[in-house]
Structures are given as structure tokens and as C-alpha cells.
Design a protein around this ligand. Structure first.
Ligand SMILES: [Mg+2]
Length: 336
């Protein structure tokens, strides 16, 4: 096999060897479907039965920018790009009904990478019951780009927007904060030969796994909507920045609970140190837990109350921590 111009460096089969029909055949053969998919992959478009308004969102990952091959497998990338999309649907109170997947890659990309990417997509698709209904393939001179468009429905009928928070409400998060950022920090330190002590290695490995393949409980989105959430989004850019988006859209102030933030940061402190631990909780992105506001007493079981809303006052909307306005720009802004 070595010496064939169209095989990869290791002599393995490439996308160029397989051809578009072969790749699509490979990919769609592994995927499941639902009754709502009236026409699936293979025709000019898919046809999906719907019973109401349709949610639509899209998210793209680019090799070298959104992931590094040294840190993330193709399986990780496939799973993560789907989760990111489904988290956006959940953040409206929605559930996914269909996924459209686009892969742009050079012909020299190992076919095995594309298969593992598909396995990652298929895993989340099967776990969440959201079928892949179509996709596209295109070639590039070197860039590898994976893009997913997700369609969804609203079980509760009405979306939860970012703009519905009012003063006197509770601010809560559906899952972890800072875990993805902590994992990324571990990877960065590992890059220069650093790894936590044996005592904490298992914990740190869990953060790394969550960074590469986050698995937030997205059923909490519709649950929060049903429970009366007044505003919601998924934490993609950090508690302070994303909280700031709810604050700005709703015209309120979000006051974070200093003790809760400290308690959450304590989990990371033995490995990352106090300063970085706090930064993970306040500014850690790609977490995809849901952040929502609820009327007092309406926070669902399992959610963590991290603060409350108050009137914006003359200083205007924003996120407050330790009595000052916090911004998402970095540690210095958190008044450490
Ligand atoms: Mg989002």
C-alpha cells in the first residue's frame, strides 16, 4: 500500500480512497432513525414530521481551533459537536428532532478518523434519540471542519428566552461548573510534562474526559421550562459571561452567591490551586450545563442555586460578585 499517491501517511485508507458515496454509505449505515423521519438520508432533502414550531441551531468545530488531535479523538469531536447543538436546544426548553451533519476535510484524511467521528455522533444520537437525517461532505486543502445543524421541538409549547428574568428570582445551574475548563487546564499543563499527583489523577482524568466529551443532562432543559424557568441558556462561555447575557437581555442584576462559588471552586483547588479553581467556576466555558432563573422556591431538584436576581439599579444590568461588577474577561476582573 505504501507508495500509492492517494493513501495517507501510514498507508491507511483515506477519504479520497472511499469516495463520497462510500463515506456516506459508511456513515448512514451506522445511524438510527425515528418515526418522525418520513424521508431520511439519501434523497435530495430529508422530510421530517413536526407537530408545532421548529427550533433550529447550528454549531461548527474546526481542527486546530476548536480541538487539537493530540487531545481529542475523532469520537470525542463527533460527540461534542452534537452535544453543543443539543444543549442549545435544551436551553430553550427544547428537545432535538433531527441532526444535519457536514464534514469538510482533505482527501488525505484517514477514513478511520471519519468513521470514529461518525461513531461519536451516532453515540450521542442514540443516547438522546435524535436521528441524523442528512448531511454533506466537501473537500478542503487541509482544514477539517465538522458542522452540525440541529432541529428541535418544544414539549412545553413556549420557549424559555434569555430575556424573562425578573428581580427577586433564584439563579440556578443544572449541573457542573468549571469541569471542562479544569480539564483543559490539565491538558495544557500536561503539554509541558505536568500531571497531578496520584491522589488526584483519577479526578483530573474525569475533568479531561468531560472537556473532550461533555455529557450534561440535557433533559433538564424541558424540565426547567415545565418548572417555570423565566430565562435560560447553556453555559458555553462561563458563568459570568453567560450570566451577563441573561442579565443584559432581562435588564436585571445577577448577584452570585460567594459561598456557593467558593464551594464549587474547592473541588478544583487541590489540583489547580485557588486562583485557577475560581477562574474555572466563574469563567470556564464549554460546560453546557444549563443556567436559568426561577421564581423563588421553584428551582427543580438537583439544580444548584448560585445566586439571585435584583433590580438593575443605576449601575445597569450585569453580574455581581463580592459586591462588585464581574466581567468575563479574566481573573483580574474577579477582584481576586
Ligand atoms: Mg448556547
Amino acid at each position: 500500500m505504501s507508495g500509492a499517491a492517494h493513501t495517507g501517511a501510514g498507508g491507511q485508507q483515506t477519504l479520497g480512497d472511499l469516495g463520497e458515496a462510500g463515506i456516506l454509505g459508511d456513515i448512514f449505515a451506522t445511524l438510527t432513525t425515528t418515526d418522525a423521519v418520513l424521508v431520511g438520508p439519501g434523497d435530495d432533502t430529508a422530510l421530517l414530521a413536526t407537530s408545532g414550531p421548529v427550533l433550529a441551531t447550528t454549531d461548527t468545530m474546526v481542527r486546530g481551533r476548536d480541538w487539537l488531535d493530540e487531545w481529542s479523538s475523532a469520537h470525542d469531536v463527533g460527540a461534542k459537536v452534537v452535544v453543543q447543538n443539543l444543549a442549545d436546544l435544551a436551553a430553550m426548553g427544547g428537545v432535538g428532532t433531527g441532526l444535519l451533519v457536514t464534514l469538510v476535510a482533505p482527501g488525505s484524511l484517514p477514513a478511520q478518523w471519519a468513521r470514529e467521528l461518525t461513531a461519536g455522533i451516532a453515540e450521542v444520537s442514540a443516547a438522546t434519540g435524535v436521528p441524523v437525517i442528512g448531511g454533506d461532505l466537501s473537500s478542503s486543502d487541509g482544514a477539517v471542519v465538522v458542522s452540525v445543524t440541529a432541529l428541535g421541538a418544544l414539549p412545553g409549547g413556549a420557549p424559555v428566552l434569555r430575556s424573562g428574568a425578573a428581580p427577586g428570582q433564584e439563579v440556578a445551574v443544572s449541573g457542573s461548573l468549571g469541569r471542562s475548563a479544569a480539564g483543559l487546564e490539565i491538558l495544557r499543563r500536561g503539554d509541558v510534562g505536568w500531571w497531578p499527583s496520584t491522589e488526584h489523577a483519577g479526578t483530573a482524568a474525569g475533568w479531561v474526559a468531560y472537556h473532550c466529551r461533555p455529557d450534561p443532562d440535557l433533559t433538564q432543559g424541558p424540565r426547567a421550562a415545565e418548572g417555570g424557568a423565566t430565562a435560560m441558556l447553556d453555559v458555553s462561555d462561563g458563568l459570568v459571561r453567560d450570566g451577563g447575557r441573561i442579565a443584559a437581555a432581562s435588564g436585571v442584576r445577577l448577584e452570585l452567591d460567594e459561598q456557593v462559588v467558593a464551594r464549587l471552586a474547592a473541588a478544583y483547588e487541590p489540583v489547580l490551586g485557588g486562583r485557577m479553581a475560581l477562574e474555572c467556576v466563574l469563567a470556564g466555558g464549554e460546560e453546557h450545563s444549563l443556567l436559568a432563573t426561577f421564581p423563588a422556591g421553584a428551582v427543580p431538584d438537583g439544580w444548584t442555586v448560585v445566586g439571585r436576581t435584583v433590580a438593575a439599579g443605576t449601575a445597569g444590568p450585569g453580574v455581581w460578585w463580592r459586591g462588585e461588577r464581574a466581567t468575563g474577561g479574566g481573573w483580574d476582573h474577579f477582584g481576586g
